[in-house]
Design a binder for this molecule. Structure first.
Ligand code: FES
Ligand SMILES: [Fe+2]
Length: 400
């Protein structure tokens, strides 16, 4: 894997677009029905199929730092407990005791073994039942039938993915596809968390996700924060993974033009500072990788079609500074990104949801310049077993 060449290719594709005043594009515009964001039946189906049947990114390796570390995952209705055992292997279990299903652990921490808080059955870090409290009063029991319920899990390239049912296939190499070599080079599992933030927003989870997939909005919406830093409406888009349902968008920084005066042969790995790589990993992860930081956004459906939760965690990769966007301090960088999403992106997402709930808009339009949105929503449609048809062009409402 030639990491430098991967970045050189991106820069050259950006320059070609700058010269031609173009951007990576879809063949045509796509009108999608607004019911994608408002239909409660579709919402229920998405939770049962898209979320329950596809591998879920749960954490980075640094979130399970050593033998005995554990963490929990509860965002999708299946309580999951992850442990790193004494051999360093990550295990995933249903976070429920096999006696009478009490929850074993909360949050994250370190434990030599797992003891149930209800009647103190004891499990080792690999999920084997080891001890039964007051065993002689309990009666005859074959412990081998009472190991914790295992869930599929794989840790690779510093990332941990879990399946929420025993038969979900989890392969990090398949998920990352063509991007796997770059992730192997980056090894994001050594990054350390700077801060986390959760938004509970009155908007559909897919509306929130849409904002991470295009740069058309950069100049108008982010004028005050990113206007001088990022080139708007110019993106380099690649698709990867199963059915090419994942995407990576490279958003160039304005400073990329400084490379014009330097021969390509002199460009080194530092050219990665000249753009932002935003990865969408189906169905709900946005992962921005830059030389100094990783921004992880995990988006989940809420209780109803118009509610969602996003958890943002900022991880620091660099020894010191250099995240780009003119911000070098990790905490300041985390707050900078959090503020942009809160005051700009998610302010709009909530507004859009209000408009759609008003009921007078039958379709939204994805421009040719928003190809990642086309691809992502087609993948969601396939995930629920439906086709995504071009919505009819109609005059919405009585007054326009
Ligand atoms: S439910 Fe865990 S020991 Fe009883
Ligand atoms: Fe944005």
């Amino acid at each position: 894997m030639d990491e430098r060449q991967a970045y050189v290719d991106i820069v050259n594709r950006v320059f070609a677009h700058l010269d031609a005043a173009t951007t990576d594009s879809a063949a045509d515009v796509l009108r999608v029905p607004t019911s994608l964001y408002t239909d409660p039946e579709l919402f229920a189906l998405e939770k049962e199929t898209i979320f329950r049947r596809s591998p879920q990114f749960v954490c980075f390796s640094s979130d399970l730092p050593g033998p005995g570390s554990y963490t929990t995952f509860d965002d999708l209705g299946v309580p999951v407990l992850l442990t790193r055992d004494n051999a360093g292997i990550v295990n995933a279990f249903l976070n429920a005791c096999t006696h009478r299903s009490a929850r074993l652990k909360e949050g994250s921490g370190i434990a030599a073994a797992l003891s149930c808080p209800y009647h103190a059955w004891g499990f080792d870090l690999t999920g084997r039942l080891r001890t039964v409290y007051e065993e002689k009063t309990f009666g005859t029991i074959d412990k081998s039938y009472y190991d914790l319920v295992r869930l599929p899990v794989q840790e690779k390239y510093g990332m941990v993915f879990v399946g929420l049912a025993p038969d979900v296939h989890v392969s990090v190499d398949e998920i990352l596809g063509e991007m796997a070599p770059l992730f192997a080079t980056w090894n994001l599992g050594t990054a350390k968390v700077v801060g986390s933030h959760e938004w509970h927003l009155k908007t559909n989870w897919k509306l929130a996700l849409d904002t991470f997939c295009e740069g058309y909005h950069f100049t108008p919406l982010h004028k005050a924060t990113l206007g001088d830093v990022s080139i708007g409406n110019l993106s380099v888009v690649d698709f990867f993974g199963p059915d090419r349902r994942n995407h990576r968008v490279a958003f160039p920084n304005t400073s990329i033009s400084n490379l014009r005066g330097k021969p390509e042969a002199s460009w080194g790995l530092e050219i990665f500072h000249e753009f932002q790589f935003v990865h969408f990993i189906y169905p709900n992860i946005s992962l921005l990788v830059s030389p100094a930081a990783v921004e992880l956004f995990q988006l989940y459906p809420g209780q109803s079609v118009d509610e969602h939760v996003t958890r943002y965690s900022c991880y620091w990769r660099a020894q010191e500074g250099g995240a780009g966007w003119g911000v070098d301090d990790p905490q300041a960088h985390f707050e900078f990104v959090r503020n942009i999403v809160t005051k700009e992106d998610y302010w709009v997402s909530a507004n859009v949801m209000k408009s759609l709930k008003g009921g007078l808009r039958s379709f939204n339009t994805f421009g040719r310049n928003e190809p990642a949105l086309h691809n992502m929503h087609r993948a969601f449609a396939r995930g629920v077993g439906r086709a995504l048809e071009q919505a009819p062009l109609v005059l919405d409402g009585a007054i326009r």
